[in-house]
Design a protein around this ligand. Sequence first.
Ligand code: F0G
Length: 346
Amino acid sequence: MGVLKRYGEFLPVTAKTPAVNLEEGSTPLVRLDRIGSDLGVELWGKLEGCNPSGSFKDRGMVLAVAKALEDGARALVCASTGNTSASAAAYAAHVGVPCYVLLPSGKVAMGKLAQALIYGARVIAVDGNFDRTLEMAREASNERGFAIVNSVNPYRLISQRTGAWEVCEFLGGAPDLHVIPVGNAGNISAYWAGYVEFRDRGKSSSLPRMMGFQAEGAAPLVTGRPCPNPETVATAIRIGNPVSAHLARAAVAESGGEFLSVPDDEILDAQRVLAAKGGIFAEPASCITLAGLMKLKREGRLGEGLRVVMVLTGNGLKDPDAALSQVGKPLSIGGTMEELMEALRP
Ligand code: F0G
């Protein structure tokens, strides 16, 4: 059941809203005991990479696109570090509206680029970073009257709250600590709003601390000022001037949480740990959650026995280059059994 159907009563869905549905949401929440025991916590990973376009963006995109159709939009436009464009392109294709996507040239993971193209979006590579492409997309949306489906579109964040609701329903309440990557700062804000709303509706009894992690080379919320030249291996969160910074700051402040930055090598390290000890392949931006927890543990700042949820925002298959950059090559052998037996030695 897609999120408009599953959570329609809590979303601005009316009789006139088209029932757009790619069966997004209802993603697995997986308990990761091998990693959790190393960290001394009860660790859960929300596998947002299991969404139809392989990232959490689908939760918000489905409502943004449904509302754009309801309002008679002629086309969609967005800027993206990759996942928003893949999601927008998928939903545009599904409902049959044109979609224009602006990408920072050369800085989008291969899988995401392939997605936008194969879904049939008009893909425009801009010589500039994400922050610039977003300014351009906003202007283009005003000029042409296209629906902008970045998280400046309020429906995106409204519908992304569904992630928090699923966590509460699955666990029977909110976790103690919620950790999440922060790029344009929309998702952390949406999760917090979701937790607060479920608490206010009496559907959960507590609120989590919210911790937002940023890459060291793109950490405006940690340093407290925009970062003019963001750079990180986690290209999804290569963002220097997040549009929802104010909401993210409020979420962290209200929940008693914090922002923390993590260097690229620790992000890649965590990607390997998550895969090799959890059986989960998530893209680098997602793995910053585990990298951040590992850092907190090292610093003696991770409370023992906490119930922790980390949002694994995107599928590792989107960025095979990042994974291949840190693992060895397969062992090559000729086609003889002798060589195979040799290779099978412990
Ligand atoms: N993780 C992944 C995999 C992402 O693609 C993004 C954002 C984030 C985390 C951060 O979420 O922006 O709500 O703080 N990707 C956007 C995009 C910017 O264009 O796909 P956020």
